[in-house]
Design a protein around this ligand. Sequence first.
Ligand code: NAI
Length: 340
Amino acid sequence: TAAMASRALNLFTICRRQFGTTGSLASKVAVLGASGGIGQPLSLLLKQSPLVSQLSLYDIQGVKGVAADLSHISTKAEVSGFDGPASLSDCLKGSRVVVIPAGVPRKPGMTRDDLFNTNAGIVADLITAVAKTCPKAMICIVTNPVNSTVPIAAEILKKHNAYDPRRLFGVTTLDIVRSNAFVAEAKGLDVSKVSVPVIGGHSGVTIIPVISQAVPSVSFKAQDRETLTTRIQNAGTEVVNAKAGAGSATLSMAFAAEKFVDSVLQAIDGKRGVIECAFVESTVTEAPYFSTPLLLGRDGVEENLGLGNLIEFEAKLLQAAMPELQQNIAKGVKFVKERY
Ligand code: NAI
């Protein structure tokens, strides 16, 4: 029996080595809009993740080529491409995580809300398929205007009895990535160690960087804090203007979306203490959806960590964000009520 016990222990050690101390099951991840400016580099980054077993790529054009190309990369994730609506449910079948960067991006002079008419319907249709095919998936919405597309997704999921607020996220990670980069640059810090929460929504004044809660803590003169805040709020437009009609942020967005999806996958895999900001259903403010730091677990949001302490300047930003945020949310809800 001593020999048996020792063999069992050895087997256990081997298993732990092979599968890690947390979970063991890599997940199927679907990317909807995978041929696009964000979709392609995002799929490339996800192809490198050891937490992805299958990478299922969907678009209404050009996705077979993207899938063939990525499938030659010598990493574990198995890649398949699905072209057009008839193949959407095959793409989604069995997905643990669905990331949605499908839809049109901004051109100079446009606000994110200007994308509503085109992108609202795209998100509604894609989410309908998710509700029918993989209702338990974690859904990460990149498509703008995020302040409206998340409520749209929630309303569609409710209609199919498939809504779980713990599993629906608007991806705001790019705002955090930008804040980390800009704060590190301004203060000469190692950017890999900088973490700035960003709360609220994902458009203009609804983007609320909480620099007072940055780790490590940093201090700014009032004027510099204001300039930096405005730059973070308008950083998307900086890229739109620099691309001069060729689209909006794609590479930094792909990085940000992969970072967020990786955190979701780590949490699914059993890692404890995973925290990300995202735009979710919320009771933290009077807005029914709001982004704050969230503790993620196997089933999605485990705990909303709330606003924390805001300095007066940030409390004013919060006040200024509310009307636009509430309007964007109401517009999304109304769209589904009237059309579906
Ligand atoms: P893109 O135009 O380069 O790519 C969009 C892709 O979606 C295209 O391949 C297109 O064929 C596909 N598509 C269109 N309708 C579809 C449908 N019904 N089903 C599946 N695929 C469909 O645009 P890009 O630059 O990749 O941006 C995508 C979205 O991401 C835009 O709405 C943009 O505003 C948003 N975005 C969000 C950010 C965020 O922080 N959450 C940051 C940057 C962009």
